[in-house]
Design a protein. Structure first.
Length: 546
């Protein structure tokens, strides 16, 4: 009986194509409801455009247009001034899942898996049956290429329905057009918010956006400086896992263990390599591919017991505390701002940097949970907040010591916006939809340290504000009683009432001066922030409709 079952099962057992898998599991890629699907498609296209323009060292100019086609159908058009895509690669980039240029490169970028835009093409095909249309041009010398692309999901292969050369005024760039089923709504987790937050952490980009209501919003660039180009690095030996090490040992071109360690890892020079071999009780001239499983274990122990310097930071391009504060000031009208950037750290051999910021007071509601803005590699994360490492880091801290109220394990309450940015060679997401950061203890610890730094600055501000408020109250109470007190003193000591009043007022004026100084300093910071905002508005009149 069991043999029969095994034979029957054998007839049914066959490979599943990755495209078929995601066709059925599109929710894993952010296509679980119509509203989110609209956001996901815009996000995948914009993230690619920003990556591509930066890679080409061009200041990004991105045009996003969403047209309401009626009946819950939308046309999404995203155009960039990036390097374009060579003709032969266009079908694979858009019509094959898990195909891209970023998965194998160890440097910070928004994309990683090679699935974002092809999944959007798959979703368009599933919901409207229409192919993706793309125009791409790689230089003024080449004509633009136009293609219509679909996906043969059974074989995870691109289907090209149309291909022709086209006139396109642009010197270089890419324009894609997708028809999808979706739903448009403003407010939290909307395309509008995604683009607004994208503008905050990408101050070098100009984004033009026409929403389905045909309103045009402009997010002009606030700086002409491109972010520093992250450099590609090799993995750091700390935290590298057995399976990865085994694969590296088998595929390396290095002939000895020592040269393998120096060539295939970052931060390992000949001296460190020798020390690792010594600590691992392995010969430096062993052949990498011949290492046995126990010897790989020894090698891992050897790495653990050798002091190796931290990974280089140039594979990551953080926003920087100053620009982050600028971005926050642009977005949140508050009375106090603090930001903090940490030094690079490693999780599983992968470098990362945490940045955090706090905006306090102003127009923000004081009786609700704080607002949390999450970013990974300059991309806003709008879904799955409570599954995110940022949420765990914040709720695990004691915010009462910083002057906010908080119930155990919950977000603190107060007029506060908190920003957390993870910049990494490989941000670990909890799912393919890249919505929340996984709970790696090393990452959570760094988030806490950055937030504690901002928290300390916040509490010193709140305390100072409280002290000034109390002093002011004491002064005004005392001031009211001066004539009465002076009258009593005259009766007791004979000192003239007018003279005492005069003296007492002089005493008070010293305190008043201090308070005035504090207030003026505060006014200056506020005015500066407002002036900066005016300048940005003059550059291109930001319109934003919440
Ligand atoms: N606008 C564009 N300009 C130039 N190249 C692009 C553009 N869009 C996509 N590409 C290329 O196509 C590849 C595939 O894009 P896709 O969005 O599917 O994956 P990815 O960005 O590498 O990773 P992820 O799945 O995380 O988004 C990219 O790696 C990039 O090389
Ligand atoms: Mg992408």
């Amino acid at each position: 009986m069991s043999e029969l079952t095994a034979v029957k099962l054998a007839q049914q057992q066959r490979e599943v194509s990755v495209a078929e898998f995601f066709e059925r599991n599109r929710h894993l890629l952010g296509f679980d409801n119509k509203r989110k699907a609209l956001l996901t498609v815009v996000k995948e296209a914009c993230d690619n455009s920003l990556d591509a323009t930066e890679e080409a060292r061009v200041l990004p100019e991105i045009n996003v247009e969403i047209i309401d086609l009626g009946n819950d159908k939308f046309r999404i058009i995203v155009e960039d001034n990036g390097p374009g895509i060579v003709k032969k690669q266009i079908p694979n980039v858009f019509g094959k899942l898990l195909y891209g240029s970023k998965f194998h490169s160890m440097k910070m970028s928004r994309g990683q898996q090679g699935i974002g835009i092809s999944a959007s093409c798959l979703y368009a095909q599933l919901t409207t049956g229409r192919p993706l249309r793309v125009i791409s041009k790689i230089s003024p010398k080449h004509p633009a290429v136009y293609m219509e692309i679909g996906i043969d999901t059974k074989n995870n292969r691109a289907q090209v329905f149309k291909e022709e050369e086209k006139e396109w005024k642009k010197e270089h760039g890419t324009r894609i057009e997708l028809d999808i089923e979706g739903s448009y709504q403003k407010g939290e987790q909307s395309v509008d918010v995604y683009l607004k937050e994208t503008a905050i952490v990408n101050p070098h980009a100009t984004i033009l956006y026409t929403n389905p209501k045909a309103e045009q919003l402009i997010f002009p660039r606030a700086t002409d400086l491109l972010p520093v180009q992250p450099k590609e690095i090799k993995p750091h030996p700390y935290g590298v896992e057995h399976g990865i090490l085994m694969k590296m040992l088998q595929t390396t071109e290095s002939r000895t263990l020592q040269s393998f360690l120096t060539n295939d890892f970052s931060r390992v020079g000949p001296g460190t390599a020798k020390e690792i071999c010594q600590n691992a009780r392995l010969l430096p001239n062993s052949k990498p591919s011949e290492l046995t499983h126990p010897q790989i274990e020894q090698l891992m122990e050897g790495i653990k017991n050798t002091k190796i310097i931290a990974p280089p930071a140039d594979c990551i391009s953080p926003i920087g505390a100053e620009l982050l504060e600028k971005g926050l000031k642009k977005e949140v009208n508050s009375e106090f701002y603090a930001t903090s950037t940490r030094s690079p750290e490693v999780y599983r051999g992968i470098p990362f940097i945490i940045e955090a910021g706090i905006a306090y007071g102003g127009e923000q509601a004081g009786d609700q949970s704080i607002r949390l803005l999450r970013f990974a590699n300059r991309v806003p994360l709008l879904y799955q907040q409570s599954s995110c490492a940022t949420f765990k880091a914040i709720t695990g801290m004691n915010w009462r010591q910083y002057g906010l109220s908080q119930s155990q394990g919950a977000l603190p309450i107060g007029p506060v916006t908190v920003v957390v940015h993870l910049a990494s060679v490989w941000p670990p997401f909890t799912s393919e939809a890249k919505e929340a950061i996984a709970h790696y203890p090393e990452i959570i610890k760094e988030m806490r340290l950055a937030l504690q730094d901002c928290g300390r600055k916040l509490s010193s501000y709140i305390n100072k504000k409280k002290r000034v408020g109390e002093a002011q109250q004491r002064i005004s109470i005392f001031e009211n009683y001066i004539p009465e007190v002076a009258g009593f003193l005259e009766a007791l000591t004979g000192e003239k009432k007018e003279k005492t009043i005069e003296k007492m007022r002089q005493m008070l004026s010293k305190n008043k001066e201090l308070i005035q100084q504090y207030k003026e300093a505060h006014e200056v910071t506020k005015r500066e922030a407002e002036e900066k905002e005016d300048q940005i508005e003059l550059k291109g009149a930001i319109e934003y409709d919440e």
